[in-house]
Design a binder for this molecule. Structure first.
Ligand code: AMP
Length: 421
């Protein structure tokens, strides 16, 4: 083995990234806020496995979607089963609902989850192979008011997180009654433009012409601008639902734009689709997207229970959220000598039990070195333990901001640190 080979290090996989402590703090802050926010709207957390049988996503996400066709992380396990790392969350929740008969609970049922998703897409800014989504789903409510409620909820969440410069885009993709008529017309128009479309879109013409709108090729995007709009083909029920949805958005005072090309990359949507995009994200501008999927549970062999939801990209969201500085209360124990170290270990144990963040180090260092270490880690308090202090069972407590120092017993130190005195 050459020296060069020996030194080669194993690196993180392309399209994945480490979340280091400073950044992880921001993740924790945002996740905590999101969870409390969801619970306020009556959502409850549901956690499912990271991998599922491949069939679940083929059936759920749809065999003609780009996710299933190109982006799944599928593998055969030692038992010869084809498994897939979840590329999205909805099929897993639907499976869990049917498997555990959660549909027997009072409806509507509201669920949320934050966790990693996996897609073999081309990595670029805002697009990763392992990324995280907040997923929100409501089951068992047909009324368009709930469609508006979840857009209001998403929009309110972004406001709470101080995300600015967002637009709400909405559309309706119809249902099984009205979509075939639209497909026919779309296929006809696409056929007329066949030679100018990319080979992928030519294939989509026969599989699922709606997917032409997802094409990332600029020329295809331009051509599809001229294609007929799905909203001109909606049946009475879908048209009325879309009108109601929009009127409820108006009721909430939510400005929105109808975007007829917004068909979303998944095959299961019916009626409402929506996205919230940011003017500050560049090419990957969607913060979140979702829609209604009224046939999915039924198609999976469950009862006729409708659903609606959205998925929000946590990485994209975090790139728009300013870091919040939280007040910290960290105690650093300066121990001078072996006996002081033992006393420090017991004092740390006491403070930890009292829910105080506190640390000490075990290397034998002089006072000034330990004080400079306390400064570096941003300690708000220092407790100095020397021979004298051990004898007296009293310690020097220093406030790092004011420089004030006092000799106190441990209970008094605790009260001062807590801000009770
Ligand atoms: P989708 O499930 O494709 O509708 O995506 C919902 C949201 O997840 C998007 O609006 C993005 O914010 C985020 N998202 C989707 N794919 C990726 C990816 N590959 N990397 C990072 N975020 C993503």
């Amino acid at each position: 083995m050459s020296r060069k080979e020996k030194k080669k290090q194993v690196a993180a996989i392309k399209g994945t990234k480490d979340i280091l402590p400073l950044e992880a703090r921001k993740w924790q802050q945002v996740e905590t806020l999101i969870k409390a926010y969801c619970e306020r709207y009556g959502y409850r957390e549901i956690r499912t496995p990271v991998f599922e049988s491949t069939e679940l996503f083929q059936k759920g996400t749809g065999e003609t979607s780009d996710i299933v066709m190109k982006e799944m992380y599928s593998f055969v396990d030692k038992g010869g089963r084809s498994l897939t790392l979840r590329p999205e969350y909805t099929p897993s929740i639907v499976r869990a609902i049917i498997e555990h008969r959660l549909y027997l609970q009072p409806q509507p049922m509201r669920y949320y989850y934050i966790g990693p998703m996996f897609r073999y897409d081309k990595p670029q800014k805002g697009r990763y192979r392992q990324f995280h989504q907040l997923d929100i789903e409501v089951f068992g409510e047909k009324d368009a008011a709930v469609d508006a409620e979840i857009v209001e909820m998403a929009s309110g969440l972004l406001s709470q997180l101080k995300v600015k410069g967002t637009d709400i885009l909405v559309n309706s993709v119809g249902c099984r009654k009205c979509r075939p008529g639209y497909h026919k017309e779309l296929r006809h128009q696409a056929e007329l433009a066949r030679d100018s479309l990319c080979s992928d879109c030519q294939r989509k013409m026969s599989t699922n012409p709606l997917r032409i709108f997802d094409c990332k090729e600029e020329s295809c995007r331009e051509i599809s601008q001229g294609f007929p709009k799905i909203t001109d083909f909606l049946c009475r029920e879908c048209d009325e639902h879309f009108k109601n949805f929009r009127s409820y958005l108006d009721l909430y005072g939510l400005k929105h734009k109808v975007e007829p090309r917004l068909v979303r990359g998944l095959d299961y949507y019916t009626k409402t689709t929506f996205e919230i995009v940011s003017t500050e994200l560049g090419a990957q501008d969607a913060i979140l997207g979702g829609g209604r999927y009224d046939d999915m549970i039924k198609d999976f062999g469950g009862p006729d229970v409708c659903g609606i939801g959205f998925a929000l990209g946590v990485e994209r969201l975090l790139s728009l959220v300013p870091q919040k500085k939280e007040p910290e209360n960290i105690v650093y124990l300066v121990c001078l000598g072996e006996e002081a170290k033992k006393e420090g270990m017991l004092l740390a144990q006491y403070l930890h039990k009292e829910n105080i963040e506190c640390l000490l180090e075990y290397k034998s260092r002089n006072l000034s070195k330990q004080m400079s270490r306390a400064n570096k880690i941003g300690a708000t308090w220092v407790l100095i333990i020397g021979e004298d202090e051990i004898k007296k069972k009293r310690f020097q407590l220093k406030n790092m901001a004011s420089g004030e120092q006092k000799e106190v017993a441990r209970e008094k130190a605790l009260n001062i640190i807590r801000g009770n005195i």
